[in-house]
Design a protein around this ligand. Structure first.
Ligand code: MG
Length: 304
């Protein structure tokens, strides 16, 4: 790795220099959370939302003037967010142990809260496929204690990734991880990437992103392989750019991987990063949730 003078960027592969603007600097959009997660951008409304899980609130940053306000509290200890194909907010709720959607008229609809008749653990991160299905991870962080949700035993007894079909049917798509966490599809949706943060519970569980080929019918996955191993902390949430590069949170900030799994470079962030999303009218800016703060930086890449 080559460190720049400011140590903001670390370049491990020449390709990384074409994915960043060497004079772009890290900006702090806001600070004041206990644990930030789940950034999501609404282009039409020009705002970002994110979770502050222990404080049971969702915050809103206004792109027009940089102001930050409370969006919802209590919210059911939201974690990850995304938007669906109609631009509606889809949320992972630790407190509600559910994946929910806010309709255009403001009503909340529960999309999934059970599998096989048993309560989900605590949905963590979520992504919407082009067929309208909703894929989400379900580790135990929201039921391990009362800090990020409500302490309770796991009814399912496993931490898995699920697919919620447009008709509401929930099926297991990944069952070989300790604590599945962030997830994202490749641009052509031929692969699903899933992070495993199981080291929080099993010391010898390597912090990694796994890659699973999507079956030809688009509804399930073939067996996966290790795609990337973290050299600093855990991969939690991540996003994919239009060229297929993976931009992941990690213990030292953002780590960027090529579609073939090479670590291209890093953007160092002063706090442990939990998640990120592309935002702005050109989707060429990263919003990075990191412990107490939300940071942003322009990159020479465009989010899917
Ligand atoms: Mg997460």
């Amino acid at each position: 790795m080559t460190q720049s003078a400011t140590q903001l960027y670390e370049t491990g592969d020449a390709r990384f220099s074409r994915l960043i603007h060497s004079n772009a600097r890290l900006e702090t959009l806001w600070t004041g959370a206990r644990w930030c997660e789940g950034p999501v951008y609404f282009a039409a409304g020009k705002y970002l939302l994110w979770s502050d899980i222990p404080n049971d609130r969702v915050m809103r940053w206004d792109e027009t003037d940089g102001s930050v306000s409370l969006f919802e509290q209590p919210c059911g200890h939201h974690n990850g967010h995304t938007t669906d194909l109609q631009g509606r907010l889809v949320s992972c709720e630790h407190g509600g142990r559910a994946v929910s959607r806010i309709e255009h008229d403001g009503r909340r609809t529960v999309l999934a809260d059970r599998f096989d008749g048993k309560k989900l653990n605590s949905p963590n991160d979520v992504v919407v496929k082009s067929d309208g299905s909703i894929w989400f991870s379900d580790p135990t962080y929201g039921i391990d204690s009362d800090y990020e949700g409500h302490a309770a035993p796991s009814e399912i007894g496993a931490s898995q990734v699920y697919r919620c079909a447009p008709d509401g049917t929930v099926s297991v798509v990944v069952s070989d991880l300790v604590q599945p966490n962030g997830l994202a599809f490749s641009p052509d949706e031929t692969f699903l990437y899933v992070a495993d943060t199981g080291r929080t519970h099993v010391p010898d569980c390597a912090p990694k992103i796994r890659r699973y080929p999507v079956t030809s019918d688009g509804r399930s996955l073939e067996s996966g392989d290790d795609f990337a191993l973290s050299d600093c902390g855990l991969f939690d949430g991540f996003r994919v750019d239009v060229s297929g590069n993976i931009w992941s949170s990690a213990g030292d900030g953002v780590q960027c991987f090529s579609p073939d799994g090479e670590l291209l470079g890093k953007i160092r962030v002063p706090e442990v990063a939990s998640n990120l999303c592309f935002f702005g009218p050109n989707r060429n800016r990263l919003a990075i949730t990191a412990t107490t703060s939300v940071y942003s930086i322009y990159v020479n890449a465009k989010g899917c």
